[in-house]
Design a protein around this ligand. Sequence first.
Ligand SMILES: NC(=O)C1=CN([C@@H]2O[C@H](COP(=O)(O)OP(=O)(O)OC[C@H]3O[C@@H](n4cnc5c(N)ncnc54)[C@H](OP(=O)(O)O)[C@@H]3O)[C@@H](O)[C@H]2O)C=CC1
Ligand SMILES: N[C@@H](C[C@H]1CC(C(=O)O)=NO1)C(=O)O
Length: 326
Amino acid sequence: GEKIRIGIVGYGNLGRGVEHAITQNADMTLVSVFSRRDPASVQTLNGVPVHPLANISEFKNDIDVLILCGGSKNDLPEQGPAMAALFNTVDSYDTHAKIPEYFDAVNQAAESGGNVALISVGWDPGLFSLNRLFGEAVLPQGATYTFWGKGLSQGHSDAVRRIAGVKGAVQYTIPVNDAVDQVRSGSLPTLSTRQKHTRECFVVLEAGADAAQVEQAILTMPDYFADYDTSVSFITEAELKRDHAAMPHGGFVIRSGKTGQGSTQVIEYSLKLESNPEFTSSVLVAYARAVFRLSGQGQTGARTVFDVAPGLLSPKMPAELRKELL
Ligand SMILES: NC(=O)C1=CN([C@@H]2O[C@H](COP(=O)(O)OP(=O)(O)OC[C@H]3O[C@@H](n4cnc5c(N)ncnc54)[C@H](OP(=O)(O)O)[C@@H]3O)[C@@H](O)[C@H]2O)C=CC1
Ligand SMILES: N[C@@H](C[C@H]1CC(C(=O)O)=NO1)C(=O)O
C-alpha cells in the first residue's frame, strides 16, 4: 500500500539517525528535512530535500508523521506544541522533571489540530519507561533501579551546548560501581540520585568566554546536573573531534521483588549501544508507524509510550503477529 510519509524537524545527531533509520523501513518514505539553518548548509543523505522550518505549514498535506529531532532543553518546549498543532508528531522529550507540563502543552496543541502527538519516545524515557512499568505492575512488592552508561547522554550534551560561551560539548554519564553491586546483590538498597551516577563534561569554549562562569552554569543546572557530582574539563575543538566523536551508551532497568508466596524474582532489561542517536532514532521511527495508525483510527491528542499497544509498532499485520506469540 501507500508508504507512510515522514518529515524530520531538526538535523542533528537524531535527525541524521532518523534519515538513516527510514531506509530500513520499507513502509516509510522521507519527504523532507526541515531546519532553522540555511538549507544550503545542511547536507542530507541521497539529496533528501531540506526546507526552512519557517515554511513547514506549506507541507501540511504532504506529511503523515513529523519526527521532532530538536534538543529537549530549548527546542522541543517550543517546537513540540507548535508542530503538534499542524501535524501528527513523535518526539524524544527527555527533561524528566518537566514531562507533565510538556504533555499538557503538546496535548492542547494536538487536540486543536486534530492530531496525535507522541512524546518522550526513545530509550529513557521510552523503552526503559515501559520496562519500569512492566516490573512494577508484575512485582508490586519490590524496588526498581535504572542505571545508564558509562556513555554519552545526548540530552545532557545538548543542554551544555546551549550555555552562552560554549562552542561544543559532550557529557558522559558514569554509574557508581558500588551502587550497581549493591543492586545486583539483591539487598534492595535505597540510593539517592547522587549515589547512583556521576557526570563528566568536556567543553570547548567560544573565544573570550569565561570558563568559571560556564562551569558554574553547568554545575548548578536544575534537572540536568544540580543533583549529581559533576566534573567539567575544557578541551580544544580538535580534541573534541578526535576523542569524543563516538556516542556509545547503554544501561539497564532492574526490578527485584517478592511474589505472593515469598519467592524472590528479578527482571532485568539492558541496552548496549554503539550509537545512542542511531538507536534512539530507530525507536522514534518504529513509533512513527504507531502514530500513523492511531491517527488513522481517528484518535487525537498527546500520548506516551504507555498508551501505545505494542502491535502497532510492528510492520506486520495483527493476524501475522499472532503467529509469533511463541
Ligand atoms: N528519550 C531518549 O531516550 C533520548 C532523547 N534524546 C533527545 O534528543 C535530543 C536531540 O539530541 P541530538 O540530536 O544529539 O542534538 P543535536 O545537538 O545534534 O541537535 C539539536 C538541534 O540542534 C541543531 N543543530 C544540529 N547541528 C547543528 C550545527 N552543527 N549547528 C547549528 N545547529 C545545529 C538542529 O536544529 P536545526 O537543524 O533546526 O538547526 C538540531 O535539531 C536531545 O536533546 C535529547 O533530549 C536523545 C537520546 C535519547
Ligand atoms: N535521554 C538520554 C537517554 C538516557 C541516557 C541518560 C543519561 O545518561 O543520563 N538518561 O537517559 C539521552 O539523551 O541520551
